[in-house]
Design a protein around this ligand. Structure first.
Ligand code: NAD
Ligand code: MG
Length: 389
């Protein structure tokens, strides 16, 4: 039985991961679960999966959970140290990194540095600190299995091929709920509309990222680090049906793609069991019923976030960490009705313009850039002269 630690177990990816575990008795043992604030769901998960280790964001919640679980309570930790202990010291053979945002960076890195394989959903980890993470993966000789559906598709499409035969990667993007909205209409979209993604059910932050197309921008940076290819070899196609999950084009013109219905269980299960495939109870892909699949170029005029991510990747160093932090602040402000939808890229661009960029050669430099960019974004947001409200 593979021992799993699931970081972010109460989120969309965490819950799907536990459903796969429950559907394959005897395959996995859950040794650690961590969550932010959803104690009610975490309590149910602890009762069902009986991990030895649990971590929550704050100490008061840890005490509350302990009281709720009574004699069933495992070792319940809190804060950053608790999260790091669950990632690195819980005896896991595979850590599922499914916290949202840059908060996932340190525990993911801790798992890798402890020599533990990682199933990576938390793309912000690679965006903020790709070179550090990939260097640690190399030094420790661990496996980093992509959970993001596009990267899982590329991982599968690369298997059995030589890397230097790759001409480019083609990431597909649904285009989100506002794919066909005019620039003018986009100025008026609400958080509720942005949270209604046409194809995927996901956490709130990634759903907004999908609507702005920052999600695809973050994924371009993620692909750069995972597959060691420069930005000009990573293209994006809009594909509204979300059936072709991504493609690899080879030097002889062959294009290899991975297809499937849009359900994160497929890439999660593969990351849990690679190179084996677990049987999943999902509806089959029926291409005949679908009839047509569509592809088009992304429009970076209406969706500037994608271009901002390429810009940060070209700039290098701490620029992607700055981009990511500014985006996290902007998304939260949009969800709180403090920032308009089309002001999200404006705020991020202003932070990229103003925040200094340095080498991202150690963790402290990345964390400092992340914190500095958050402060700058919040200051710009608060200042009336910034014009972001
Ligand atoms: P979510 O918001 O549904 O869940 C996030 C989880 O992280 C929750 O368990 C939450 O309690 C925990 N968490 C949040 N902030 C935390 C903090 N500061 N400290 C500790 N724990 C914290 O998010 P999600 O949709 O499951 O996405 C998780 C990650 O996977 C994101 O990086 C996202 O980009 C990536 N991802 C998600 C999907 C998807 O379909 N949901 C697909 C591809 C990639
Ligand atoms: Mg994705």
């Amino acid at each position: 039985m593979k021992a799993l630690a699931i970081l972010g177990s109460t989120g969309s990816i965490g819950v799907s991961t536990l459903e796969i575990v429950a559907a394959h008795p005897g395959r996995f043992r859950v040794v650690a679960l961590t969550a932010g604030r959803n104690l009610a769901l975490l309590e149910q998960q602890v009762r069902a999966f009986r991990p030895q280790w649990v971590a929550v964001a704050d100490a008061a919640d840890a005490a509350a959970l302990k009281a709720r679980l009574g004699s069933l309570a495992p070792c319940i930790l809190s804060g950053r140290d608790g999260l790091l202990a669950c990632a690195a010291d819980s005896g896991a053979q595979l850590v599922v990194s499914a916290i949202v945002g840059a908060a996932g960076l340190e525990p993911t890195l801790a798992a890798i540095e402890a020599g533990i394989d990682v199933a990576l959903a938390n793309k912000e980890t690679l965006v903020a600190a790709g070179n550090l993470v990939m260097a640690a993966v190399e030094t420790r000789g661990v496996n980093l299995f992509p959970v993001d559906s596009e990267h899982s598709a590329i991982f599968q499409s690369l298997a059995g091929h030589r890397k230097h035969d790759v001409r480019r990667l083609i990431l597909t993007a649904s285009g989100g709920p506002f794919r066909d909205r005019s620039a003018d209409e986009l100025t008026r979209v609400s958080p509720a509309e942005a949270l209604a993604h046409p194809n995927w059910t996901m956490g709130r932050k990634i759903t907004i990222d999908s609507a702005t197309m920052m999600n695809k921008g973050l994924e371009v940076i993620e692909a750069h680090w995972l597959f060691d290819l420069p930005a000009d070899k990573i293209a994006v196609h809009i594909h509204p049906e979300s059936i072709v999950h991504s493609m690899v084009e080879y030097v002889d013109g062959a294009v290899i793609a991975q297809l499937g219905i849009p359900d994160m269980k497929t890439p999660i299960a593969l990351a849990l069991s690679w190179p084996e495939r677990l049987s999943l109870d999902l509806p089959p892909l029926d291409l005949c019923r679908l009839g047509r699949l569509h592809f088009s170029e992304p429009d970076t005029h209406r969706f500037p976030c994608l271009a901002l991510a390429y810009r940060a990747l070209h700039c290098g160093g701490t620029a992607p960490a700055v981009l990511n932090a500014a985006n996290e602040v902007a998304v939260e402000a949009f969800l709180d009705h403090r920032l308009g939808f089309t002001a999200i890229p404006k705020l991020i661009a202003a932070v990229l313009d103003q925040h200094p960029v340095g080498p991202a050669d150690h963790l402290a430099a990345v964390l400092t850039a992340d914190a500095g960019a958050r402060t700058l974004a919040s200051t710009l947001l608060a200042s009336a002269s910034g014009g972001f409200r």
